[in-house]
Write a protein that binds this ligand. Structure first.
Ligand SMILES: C[S@@+](CC[C@H](N)C(=O)[O-])C[C@H]1O[C@@H](n2cnc3c(N)ncnc32)[C@H](O)[C@@H]1O
Length: 218
């Protein structure tokens, strides 16, 4: 019989960026409520961050079934009472699973009246997805977040139309060769889309390896 823990995937960068990401989240997240992570990938961020951000609750998600299997396996390996099972969520979905009257079974225990979604965390997605994923993220964040709610983005960004490091330019070329719809996004364009959805840029933080944390508020 297959060991379900075998589904665990490992992304080495998570070990390097999870500590710095935690430090920013501790500064910007509301003190309680539920955090929805969009594009959780392997689930390593979720199992590292959720227990360190109590009493907040954490919902991981990913559109990829293999990623969801990995998240579920990590969750089984490192049980954490405030970490929910992963849900299927594509940022381009016109309505996200957390918005529907009939919630996914994984979320039936959450009392959203007591613990509303107060933040959406999205790490390393908008450059490895079509631009429509960024548009969907902003549009749903506007609908889901209450006033004062936080949208947290992490990843590489161009600034003023220019790459901030040669390594980011090379990464951008590799991304576009893999899929012409992917690519390192320009921060100004991302901010413009956010502002069109009434999300204000609060702050950016310079992160290791030429990445940024970008904080928006509803
Ligand atoms: C580079 S991985 C990052 C995963 C994780 N956040 C991390 O930093 O290790 C990109 C993730 O984005 C997810 N993804 C791609 N397109 C997406 C979309 N339209 N909506 C939500 N997630 C998406 C992929 O399935 C993948 O798990």
């Amino acid at each position: 019989m297959n060991d379900p823990l075998e589904a665990r995937q490992h992304a080495p960068a998570t070990q390097r960026n999870q500590g710095p990401i935690l430090q920013v989240l501790l500064q910007v997240l509301p003190p309680r409520g539920t955090i929805l992570e969009v594009s959780s990938g392997t689930g390593e961020h979720a199992i590292f961050l959720a227990p360190r951000l109590r009493p907040r609750k954490w919902i991981p998600s990913d559109p990829d079934p293999d990623a969801r299997a990995s998240i579920a396996a990590w969750r089984k390996h490192c049980p954490t009472d405030n970490l929910y099972p992963p849900i299927a969520l594509d940022a381009r979905d016109p309505v996200w699973a957390v918005e529907q009257d009939e919630l996914p079974e994984a979320l039936q225990d959450i009392d959203f009246k007591h613990d509303p979604i107060v933040a959406i965390v999205n790490i390393n997605m908008i450059h490895i997805a079509p631009w429509s994923a960024c548009l969907g993220l902003m549009s749903r964040a506007r609908q889901i977040l209450p006033p004062g709610g936080i949208l947290y983005l992490y990843g590489p960004f161009k600034q003023g139309g220019k790459h901030t490091a040669p390594s980011n330019a090379a990464f951008d070329e590799r991304l576009q060769a893999q899929n012409p719809e992917w690519g390192v996004r320009d921060l100004d364009e991302v901010v413009a889309v956010a502002q069109a959805q009434s999300l204000s840029l609060v702050k950016t933080y310079v992160m290791p390896a030429n990445n940024l944390s970008v904080i928006f508020q509803a």
